[in-house]
Design a protein around this ligand. Structure first.
Ligand SMILES: [Zn+2]
Length: 387
């Protein structure tokens, strides 16, 4: 990306919290233009100050994620970033009075256009207080947001894999799940629930049930691998699993007996359904779920690939019990090998875990965005219309 003029490219943030992801200050003729790219719903408020002449842009705490070195341009002599009682403040120090700035806020861009103006008008502007602000973000009511079920592997009496230096898998999985939950909630595009939020033992079937009961949009189980001693020095890197082909016929049969099956099979309400039809509906539902799981896994592999070492053939298939919900797309991610000293060391570091979580946020958001398109597109979501 090429930006002209005085620009500040922000260091890639660890978290995907709402904030300013890019900023550019440029001069074009008599105009000086500040363009901010906003990630998520960022509240902002613009005001002016008379002495010394300046424009003040107030942002939520933490929304200004870097770029403290945005250089002055045109009628802006310098840019300062500071904090106020309630958040971050960008101060645009001006070379002199300016006319009322033109403010455009569209999609994820906030643009301020400034040009020199008269002293008395500027003094009145400074006395007015707020010049412009973002409307309170029109968030969807929380309850209507899709639910993401995170499943930190193991817990309680089950430590999972134990690293060469004694790291317990159950601690790593819980730490990553908490960090991922924090980042997802900060971004505000989904609700998040955990199958366990502390060091307790939860049976596998119960984890699957939690996702189904809450009608989760997706289920992501978080683990760390371990290799047998003879290959411990070789095996490292992350991998992602989805359910193998031969899975879950027993579960399917059990579910088929449930009276609410017709609802689950694509929202169809059929007063009386012969068993053969039920079986077809059920199979369509599973195809849909499987397609979703595969897509989720591909997104997770792509996102993790940018951040961490990957196991060869990163997308694998196996019959993990936690992946067997017939109606909730699911993937299991192995974040690395605790049996490998480098992976174990990295997974022990909060900064590395935050990067992994940020990658998983990308994957989850990618998945949910596509789901919404499918839902808006109409019938395709129901599955019963697919061949
Ligand atoms: Zn595990």
């Amino acid at each position: 990306m090429l930006l002209l003029g005085a620009t500040g490219l922000l260091a890639p943030g660890l978290a995907q919290a709402a904030g300013v992801s890019r900023a550019a200050l440029t001069q074009e003729g008599h105009h000086t233009r500040l363009v901010l790219t906003l990630d998520g719903n960022v509240r902002w408020e613009l005001s002016a100050q008379a002495e010394p002449p300046a424009l003040l842009l107030d942002l939520p705490r933490g929304a200004w994620r870097g770029a403290t070195t945005l250089a002055g341009a045109g009628c802006v002599s310098a840019v300062r970033v500071g904090t106020t009682r309630t958040g971050s403040r960008l101060t645009l120090l001006l070379t002199g009075p300016i006319a009322t700035p033109r403010v455009q806020s569209r999609d994820n861009l906030l643009m301020l256009e400034m040009r020199p103006g008269g002293g008395p008008a500027f003094a009145r502007m400074a006395a007015t207080g707020k010049l412009a602000s973002a409307a309170e973000p029109a968030r969807r009511p929380t309850a209507s947001l899709p639910l993401v079920m995170l499943d930190p592997g193991h817990g309680g009496r089950d430590p999972g894999a134990i690293g060469a230096h004694g790291t317990h898998e159950k601690r790593i999985t819980l730490a990553v799940a908490h960090e991922l939950k924090r980042q997802l909630e900060a971004a505000g595009q989904c609700r998040v629930a955990l199958t366990r939020s502390r060091d307790v033992f939860i049976p596998l079937a119960q984890r699957v049930e939690a996702a189904r009961k809450h009608q989760a949009a997706l289920f992501l189980s978080i683990h760390a691998d371990s290799a047998p001693p003879e290959s411990a020095r070789l095996a490292r890197g992350a991998s992602v699993y989805t359910l193998g082909e031969t899975a879950s016929d027993a579960l399917a049969a059990a579910l088929a007996r449930q009276e609410n099956l017709a609802d689950k099979a694509g929202g169809l309400r059929l007063p009386s359904v012969p068993p053969e039809v039920l079986s077809i509906l059920f199979s369509l539902m599973r195809q849909e779920t499987r397609a979703g799981s595969e897509r989720l896994a591909r997104l997770v592999v792509a996102a993790l690939d940018d951040e961490t070492a990957m196991l060869p053939h990163s997308h694998r298939r196996a019959g993990f019990v936690v992946l067997k919900a017939p109606d909730v797309p699911a993937a299991l991610v192995e974040l690395g090998f605790l049996s490998h000293p480098l992976d174990e060391e990295a997974l022990g570091k909060p900064a590395h875990r935050a990067r992994l979580a940020a990658a998983l946020v990308q994957a989850v958001h990618g998945y949910l965005a596509r789901q919404q398109q499918v839902a808006l597109g109409g019938g395709a979501a129901a599955g019963a219309t697919s061949p």
